[in-house]
Design a protein around this ligand. Sequence first.
Ligand code: LHQ
Length: 262
Amino acid sequence: MNYSSIVYSFNDSISTVQLNRPEKLNSLTRPMLLELRDSLAQSKKDGARVLLIQGSGRGFCAGQDLSEHDFSHGPDNLNFGQLIDELYAPLIADIHALDIPVVAAVNGMAAGAGASLALACDLVVATRSAYFLQAFCKIGLIPDAGGTWFLPRLVGNARAMGLAMLGERLSASDAADWGLIWRCVDDDSFAAEINALTLHLSKAPTRAMAFTKHAIYAAANNTLAAQIALEAKYQDKLGKSNDLLEGASAFLQKRPAKFTGT
Ligand code: LHQ
């Protein structure tokens, strides 16, 4: 698939989306947001079992491209709500809804809506030199694209408030220590770690991965009883999957399982 501001590839059950405006730190333009969303649909068509989102150059993503807007004609001219409703909301919702694990490989800074994009992914791995920046407060905005939803859930209100109101850089290593992201990895081993992770996920029991993410996200709004009922529903479906038969048989036969994602 040919896009202008992202690069999409599909190999060995892995879809990779590379944000590709390195000279502007992969800040998000309208075409880029549309392409990103389209690439999610493309990964479905390709039958991907894992989706990787990464940046090109020295950054992951610096958020909304601020040069797309004309700030010279007064505030009434700006329709940020419409922009979010039209482009960001469906993108973030689609990432959450995808029935495969989505990995953000945060190769450099993730700022503004770029941080939200990373946090919308199921597993976030960052290089030690990367940082997360809730840049919104520096320009008079609030964390958006799900930022005010992700932050308190991941790190609690105290740290969410500090990050959002002060806009200080959070190093990847602190982000991992705080539980904002899954792992911080040395820059030298980053590519190898991401390859190993995506390869592993591409051979995982994909339906179980999908139900795992949906159950964990649903937990935020469920009672314990409702959550256990949801687990039962998902487990029932997985009990009828080929991967469960394969996984359990492989265990009993003391051999590695070969999951097909079905
Ligand atoms: C950029 C950007 C950028 C354009 C770097 N835009 N050019 C808002 C509105 C509506 C709806 C949706 O959601 C949002 C939420 C948002 O995401 S608002 C935007 C939030 N992001 C920011 O405020 C971050 C702005 N960028 C920065 O503060 C810095 O660039 C950081 C701290 C990320 C990196 O700093 P440096 O490493 O010093 O790089 P730099 O500033 O020199 O940037 C390199 C180039 O990228 C530069 O262009 P130039 O032509 O001068 O070389 C920047 O202008 C451009 N760039 N971010 N968001």
